[in-house]
Write a protein that binds this ligand. Structure first.
Ligand code: MTE
Length: 314
């Protein structure tokens, strides 16, 4: 039987702010301006890979708040492989990120195991400014660099029967002490539908703040899904599997009543033990209203048409 443990990224009920305190919501600035993608394609992926260029900033993804201080965003982490506390940056340095191979298999035309640097040479890197909302009700705003997950899907050439993409993190208890905690279902697994993986916002990250992504933030390759709670954003990925069956994620296995497959941000659907109506902005600690889909509804809401009976927001 599963023993209920409070995880480091969960709030105590006493820490959760009552929804009533936020009834007088400010009107929010319209956050995202749709428009044509204006990224100049000036450099080839091989040229970019050669000098670690994070790529041009894509102006399509705009913000309503300042970027989080780099030091804070790279020292306040959730990476259970290295511990359940926020300060795992030092422990995560034990992760050896080169050589690093990525396996792409399952329902694809040609399964492949590829060195991450070879993979990156095939991708055009760009920078995007995204808001990130943790299920724990804190948020940050980060300049990520990487490439759209849709490019990886194109590279993989999935078969028509593929409905989901499962992402898996490395497994090495010798360097990741958290993975010695046998009650967790290692390795960390997450999944998205093919439609979600192909959505323009789904972003595979190799850098942040114009530098290679630090180990504690998921080097050398992590996912960012800004309209979903942060636990969907798998770090340090070694394996993408294209499947017909919906993957059962790490947290779903641990506590399925609280953490489901979809986990889309919605302030109106509370976590069973705290409100999701507001979020604490890392850095200022200001509490601001949370916005449905984390403000990215115009990009993603249509993905869920016809799925209203699903538990979309937990
Ligand atoms: N990926 C792995 N492999 N292990 C983890 O513990 N934590 C998730 C997600 N990805 C996690 C993970 C959670 S709960 C969040 S909020 C984000 O990573 C945190 O990313 P950050 O540390 O870069 O802010």
């Amino acid at each position: 039987m599963l023993i209920r443990r409070r995880r480091g990224w969960e709030l105590r009920e006493s820490e959760a702010t009552p929804e009533a305190a936020f009834l007088g919501r400010r009107s929010l600035i319209k956050m995202l301006v749709a428009g044509p993608i204006l990224v100049p394609r000036l450099r080839s992926p091989i040229e970019q890979a050669a000098d670690g260029d994070p790529g041009k900033r894509n102006p399509r993804y705009t913000l309503d708040r300042p970027l989080t201080d780099e030091k804070l965003a790279t020292t306040y982490n959730n990476f259970y492989e290295f511990g359940s506390q926020k300060s795992i940056a030092a422990e995560a340095q034990a992760l050896n990120i080169r050589p690093w191979t990525v396996k792409i298999d399952g329902l694809v035309e040609k399964p492949i195991t590829i060195d991450v640097d070879e993979l990156l040479k095939k991708m055009l890197l760009e920078e995007r400014l995204y808001r990130h909302r943790c299920v724990e009700a804190w948020s940050m705003t980060v300049p990520w660099s990487g490439f759209p997950m849709s490019a990886l899907v194109d590279f993989a050439k999935p078969l028509g029967s593929a409905k989901y993409v499962q992402m898996e993190t490395f497994l090495d208890p010798k360097i990741a002490p958290g993975q010695k905690e046998f009650w967790y279902p290692w390795p960390y697994i997450e999944g998205v539908t093919i439609a979600e993986a192909g959505n323009e916002l789904a972003f595979l990250v190799t850098g942040m703040y114009g530098k290679p992504v630090p180990k504690q933030d998921g080097a050398p390759l992590r996912l960012v899904l800004p309209w979903k709670y942060g636990f969907k954003s798998t770090k340090s990925i070694v394996h993408f599997a294209f499947t017909e069956k919906r993957p059962v994620s790490f947290w779903e296995t641990v506590q399925g009543s609280e953490y489901g497959f979809w986990a889309n941000v919605n302030p109106e659907v509370p976590h069973p033990r705290w409100s999701q109506a507001t979020e604490r902005v890392l850095g200022t600690n200001e509490r601001v209203p949370t916005v449905k889909w984390n403000g990215y509804g115009e990009f993603v809401a249509h993905l869920y048409d016809g799925l209203e009976k699903e538990r979309l927001y937990a």
